[in-house]
Design a protein around this ligand. Structure first.
Ligand code: AKB
Length: 317
């Protein structure tokens, strides 16, 4: 059977880049990108889907004979705190719809992204293990921790092959994040390249786990490609790239832009960051399906600046 992939939330920070990678892998006609709105300039197959609408997902799955679903739509940590109950409703309803459509249509594989937001004060902050106690402090984190258990339930009860990663903050030049606590670490590069000062909404020492977009995409595809028997963790895998604080990233940027200026004006997002790990132990991902990150902070900084300079069409520094 030919693989046909449906990506829900295809206009998002990760989705927009993942769709291209999946098009390269499966062919442009075998990837159905979907989101609430059409994306101008998008190349490939696109369907408007509101993932709270079960019938609409079912219709697209039937029409395109979909065999895999990547469900990336969610309201993230910072944005989610504005309307907690609405965030819960959207994050859970969309997941239940995807799981049910997948079960009813014998979907071969489902990808459900989780997050470091599942951790709270009950987990050690340094090298947080995969099996740490989960007591998330944001509604986004609660929805992801709950979603992980539902993913496992569908695997155990119905044999649905749901696979999941706990993403750290994703850093990429290709797209912009929105509504997250780790978003500062993308914005800072845009300001640096444009020669503007940066006001950071986290404290200088707020160390958080992060991953370069290239690593995040590769991890997703490697996880989905792994043989079914290799996937022993059916809640979600810890995924580490690198970890750094705003002060450390600013320091790395000043090696390229010595005049770069940062000031700190922590807001409510600092309280979210305080509950999250400083670093992640991803031994299970490494041992079970061979995960290896490639980007450290230095490589990330060099790549971000080089690519954003090209994007803004600036001459080399
Ligand atoms: C957020 O900051 O909410 C996300 C995440 C870590 O899941 N980037």
């Amino acid at each position: 059977m030919e693989t046909v992939v449906l990506v829900i939330g295809a206009n998002g920070q990760l989705g927009s880049v993942l769709v291209k990678a999946l098009q390269d892998k499966f062919g442009i006609n075998n990837v159905i990108a979907s989101d609430l709105r059409y994306r101008d300039g998008f190349k490939g197959q696109f369907e408007i889907i509101d993932a709270t609408d079960f019938e609409r997902i079912q219709e697209v799955v039937e029409t395109h004979k979909v065999t895999q679903i990547y469900h990336l739509a969610a309201i993230l940590s910072a944005k989610g705190e504005e309307h907690p109950l609405q965030t819960w409703d959207i994050n859970m309803k969309t997941l239940f719809n995807v799981l049910e459509v997948s079960r009813l249509n014998n979907i071969e594989k489902v990808f459900f992204p989780s997050s470091i937001a599942v951790f709270g004060d009950g987990a050690v902050k340094y090298e947080t293990p995969n099996t740490a106690y989960l007591d998330p402090a944001t509604v986004y984190g609660i929805s992801k921790a709950t979603g992980e258990n539902w993913a496992q339930y569908y695997f155990l009860r119905y044999g649905l092959d749901v696979r999941s990663l706990r993403y750290p903050g994703v850093i990429g030049y290709q797209s912009l994040p929105g509504g997250g606590t780790t978003d500062y670490a993308v914005d800072i590069f845009h300001k640096a390249v444009l020669g503007e000062p940066f006001q950071c909404f986290l404290n200088e020492d707020a160390t958080l786990p992060m991953i370069m977009m290239e690593d995040a995409i590769r991890a997703t595809i490697e996880l989905m490609d792994a043989p079914k028997e290799a996937i022993k963790t059916r809640t979600s895998y810890n995924l580490a790239g690198t970890s750094f604080s705003p002060a450390e990233i600013a320091n790395e940027i000043t090696k390229i832009y010595p005049d770069f200026k940062i000031e700190y004006a922590p807001d409510f997002r600092q309280q979210i960051a305080d509950k999250w790990p400083n670093s992640i132990d991803d031994t299970a991902a490494r041992e079970e399906w061979g995960w290896q990150p490639e980007f450290n902070l230095e490589a990330m900084t060099k790549t971000m600046i080089k690519e954003l300079k090209a994007y803004y069409n600036l001459i080399p520094a």
